[in-house]
Design a binder for this molecule. Sequence first.
Ligand code: GDP
Ligand code: MN
Length: 379
Amino acid sequence: MDLLEYQGKQFFASYDIPVSEGDVATTVEDAVKIADTIGYPVVVKAQVHTGGRGKAGGVKLANDTAECTEHATNILGLDIKGHIVKEIWIEKASDIAEEYYASFTLDRSAKKYLGMLSAEGGVEIETVADENPDAIAKIHIDPVEGLTEAQCREWVLAANLNDQATDGAVDILLKLYNAYVEGNADLCEINPLILKPTGEVHALDAKVSLDGNALYKHPDYEKYDATQPRDEREEAAHEAGLQYVGLDGSVGVIANGAGLAMSTVDVVNQVGGSPANFLDIGGGANAEVMANALTVINNDPAVKAIFINIFGGITRGEEVANGIIEAMGKVTIDSPIVIRLDGTNAVEGREILEPHLDDKLMMETTMLSAAQKAVELAK
Ligand code: GDP
Ligand code: MN
């Protein structure tokens, strides 16, 4: 679950990490009321599930009511990388001496948590990683051993922050680590983490992603559900009981088994195409499941061709073939379909499909040739 900045700041605050005082508004009137209460100058910040808001005009300083009205008016409704701003966060403006970057995430290949700290904050960390990778101090943390204060201090010193920031950074990073672990987060990022002219260290932005599987430990995370970005295709698919993940390409993918579905996505990419989704219909490939899968994929306007990749195991080829034919009688599919059917009783299955083949329903003998055909048709 990806939190909006203000939710991330509330999450941080619950772990005693210093953030600016503020409140959230959905109208200009409310924004001004909040700003008048907090006292100027304030910062008006777009709340959307994407970064780079500053560059897009979604973060503005207001010195008085008139400026707050102007910025709130401009930012509400703003389109930031396809995200329309419906909520704004108004917070007390901070004086900044320096901007840093700090985060914790999971390094799967190392089987450890990864902490990253950089004196070059305020810009995208990917840019720093590309242009000046030495400016990022990294620490791997064994989840069982945790992070000690001594390790944390050594890490902060390696990042070459201003000396003035050392104690404050150590304090915040230990709290951030605790929030990351106790809060079951997948990502906790502060960019920028600021040093104020007065010497305090403070979180000026918050990017938090929580592990949805830990919801049972944190019933209060339910409140974040309402603001989650929705993929309508995924909602429809999950309602139909399908294992579906939306992607942004043009080849609809249906396969039986998660492993085969992933390989199918890979092979579509490999032959120069781009999958519109991952869809695992599981073990049973009866007409109802197949019709549901085809309907979900057909409703995605980006889909230009569909690749059904079946390797029969317990599921037998003739069942799948009958399922496909029956499903096509139930729903009208706009895009051409390419089938690859292999495994148990594939010969019987192909015989069933044979009389139905035309320019809307094609069959290929290998996974690779089927992928090539589907990608070609999608172009
Ligand atoms: P992002 O662009 O989506 O990452 O939004 P941020 O919250 O990180 O804000 C972008 C930039 O705006 C920061 O790097 C700061 O330079 C600036 N900014 C944000 N809040 C304040 C503030 O309270 N005071 C000042 N002076 N600048 C701010
Ligand atoms: Mn930021």
